[in-house]
Design a protein around this ligand. Structure first.
Ligand SMILES: Nc1ncnc2c1ncn2[C@@H]1O[C@H](COP(=O)(O)OP(=O)(O)OP(=O)(O)O)[C@@H](O)[C@H]1O
Ligand SMILES: [Mg+2]
Length: 262
């Protein structure tokens, strides 16, 4: 297996807060890679660094061996790195299908997409095929704001697939979603992975991580603590310490809840 995406020695501070400190991550091509860690450990910030939304203070990001450190989000996206956001970025006042068509036009060109109002039949067909893949064709003409939280997660997955990315970064795809939908999302990820898609998934639900991930990196206080198979990291005492440690941390209850799933 070869390395598709690599972050090396990433540091990032926001004011005095060190969100990332010498953090490294390897995403293997063709695998479902997991990224776990307590609340505030820097997972989303690392996603933001990789996808160009945040510029690191130190360190480098390479994709297929090429340096993409500091590249803007549209450039990173055009290279074949797709992502979802922890807080969904679906447009609530337009339909599910219209959301998909916006993704289609962004795929073609951000600027052109903004000025072109008509979609071609093949774009609509492709959008509908992806909605069908995630199982929400029946919702195509509904206002996206009317979707349940879980249905929005499915729409986000369809949305990110529009650009046919090589690697897909999912930020908490199962967060706040009921068990049936979690299983549905896991199944889609497995299917896409069999078709050759590489994934990097941030998720607190350990059952989900165990079920879909080939390997997992654990983050703690802005650094990568360890990497291994889900069962290896689950048995690593340092991982449990990371979740339960922190003493006076306000997030302690959250951490205990998260680790209860382990
Ligand atoms: N734009 C920002 N400005 C200031 N602080 C930030 C910013 N983004 C993140 N942080 C801080 O950086 C730290 C890491 O946050 P991050 O969102 O990356 O954690 P996370 O691992 O994704 O947490 P969670 O599991 O709760 O989503 C936190 O202390 C957070 O408050
Ligand atoms: Mg996060």
């Amino acid at each position: 297996m070869s390395t598709l995406l690599h972050a090396q020695g990433i540091s990032k501070s926001f004011g005095g807060l060190k969100a990332l400190q010498n953090c490294s991550l390897t995403v293997e091509k063709g695998k479902v890679n997991g990224l776990i860690g307590p609340n505030g450990s820097g997972k989303t910030t690392l996603f933001n660094v990789i996808t160009g939304y945040v510029t690191p203070d130190e360190g480098s990001v390479t994709f297929e061996g090429a340096d993409i450190t500091g590249a803007r989000p549209d450039k990173v996206f055009a290279l074949g790195i797709g992502r979802t956001f922890q807080l969904t970025r679906i447009f609530a006042r337009i339909s599910v299908l219209e959301n998909m068509l916006i993704a289609t036009q962004h795929n073609e060109s951000w600027v052109k997409g903004l000025i072109r109002s008509k979609s071609t039949k093949s774009e609509v067909d492709n959008a509908m095929a992806l909605l069908d893949f995630v199982g929400i064709t029946r919702l195509a003409n509904l206002q996206a704001g009317a979707l349940s939280y879980g249905q929005r997660k499915l729409l986000e997955l369809a949305y990110v697939l529009v650009s046919d990315p090589d690697v897909i970064l999912l930020d908490e795809p199962a967060g706040g979603v009921n068990l049936t939908l979690i299983n549905n999302i896991a199944e889609k990820i497995r299917l896409l992975n069999q078709q050759g898609k590489t994934f990097l998934i941030v998720e607190h639900n350990m059952e989900f991580v165990m079920g879909v991930c080939d390997q997992v990196t654990v983050m703690h206080q802005g650094s990568s603590l360890t990497s291994g198979t889900p069962s290896e990291v689950r048995q690593d005492p340092r991982v449990l310490d990371a979740y339960l440690g922190g003493g006076d941390d306000d997030d302690d209850d959250d951490l205990r809840e998260a680790v209860a799933n382990v």
